[in-house]
Ligand binder design. Structure first.
Ligand SMILES: [Zn+2]
Ligand SMILES: [Zn+2]
Length: 340
């Protein structure tokens, strides 16, 4: 089959003879329509791990939507022609964590969606049906949205609170909308690309601050905001993680959502955090959030069109992994088979 395959660090090629994944008795064969490019794909391209370790050669991509073409003999709930998306994270169901309601921390978890390819064959428990009115193009965003829903669960935002979103890429743009839906009073976007200001405002941001130009804390005070109650960091750099803790107000919850490089670290001022009694969390993948993500997409409650910066062929996607021109602007999708 045709696939965009990672053969090693910075070695990515489109091939037409990558072996199709085998259809097991409990799996569902899906002809991929769309698959999104994720920051973790770029990490893998750079030779680092994503959510799970990488074994070469492997097609990149895990944010896929498509149409069922065949099902294994034990599969009851899917049939050819079903429009679906798939959660890429498979859990063993028998380790300590799986048995304690923390399946995403599974000791034997692995990725079962390699979506920059013509076919994927995830186990049926990873496959989710889509309502007819939800375009497959948008359904490819169910995976990043499900990760953001987990981030929101951890953020524990209360109605009327003030939240700061650091970084306004496609993930930041999803969080702004989720925070608005969840009833935040002030949504402060902190982002250096000022061209994103208008979009941020249209999606729900009430204040847009460029840290390269202004003193963020000063501006927040000047806007009459009494406290930054919640902070969500969507960049993953040491500097932005440090500023997340700095911007956080008293009693704040900070979610470090952006994925840092494996060897990076940042300065943690315990005394400052102590004085504010900060709660600092990280957010890992998307435990049981895919159904909610699909439901939210289907509700039309999230604006997706302005988040998509490009729809590419696999060949173009190979280029994009190097240049990242469209990735910097938003979510980039590979179109493997156009929806009829
Ligand atoms: Zn992703
Ligand atoms: Zn497990």
């Amino acid at each position: 089959m045709k696939a965009l395959v990672l053969y090693g660090k910075k070695d990515v090629r489109v091939t037409t003879d990558f072996p199709e994944p085998p259809l097991g008795p409990d799996s569902v064969k899906i002809a991929v329509s769309y698959c999104g490019l994720c920051g973790t794909d770029l990490h893998k391209y750079e030779g680092q791990s994503g959510s799970h370790p990488v074994t070469y050669p492997v097609p990149l991509g895990h944010e896929a939507s498509g149409i069922v073409t065949e099902v294994g003999e034990n599969v009851r709930d899917f049939q050819p022609g079903d429009r679906v998306t798939a959660n890429p994270n498979w859990y063993c169901k028998s380790c300590y964590f799986c048995k304690n309601g923390q399946n995403h921390l599974c000791l034997h978890g692995r990725g079962v969606v390699k979506g920059f390819a013509e076919y994927i064959c995830p186990p049926q428990e990873n496959v989710h049906k889509l309502p007819d009115h939800l375009p497959l193009k948008y359904a490819a965003l169910a995976e990043p949205l499900s990760c953001c829903i987990h981030g929101m669960d951890l953020l524990d935002l209360k109605m009327g609170q003030t939240v700061a979103v650091i970084g306004f890429g496609s993930i930041g743009a999803i969080f702004v909308q989720l925070c608005k839906l969840a009833g935040a009073s002030n949504i402060i976007v902190i982002e250096t690309q000022e061209s994103k200001k208008e979009l941020a405002a249209s999606l729900g941001a009430t204040l847009f601050l460029n840290p390269a130009r202004t003193d963020v804390s000063e501006e927040i005070r000047a806007a009459g905001i009494p406290n930054v109650d919640r902070v969500i960091e969507c960049v993953g750099l040491s500097a932005t993680m440090e500023s997340a803790l700095e911007i956080a107000g008293r009693g704040a919850v900070v979610v470090l959502f952006g994925l840092g490089a494996p060897d990076s670290s940042f300065a943690f001022r315990q005394y400052d955090a102590f004085q504010k009694e900060l709660v600092v969390k990280t957010s890992y993948i998307n435990p049981d959030c895919t159904e909610r993500a699909v439901a939210l997409l289907a509700s039309g409650g999230i604006e997706l069109k302005p988040l998509i910066s490009g729809v590419l062929t696999l060949e173009e996607m190979a280029e994009e992994l190097v240049t990242r021109e469209l990735f910097k602007k938003g979510k980039v999708l590979a179109e493997i088979a156009k929806e009829a």
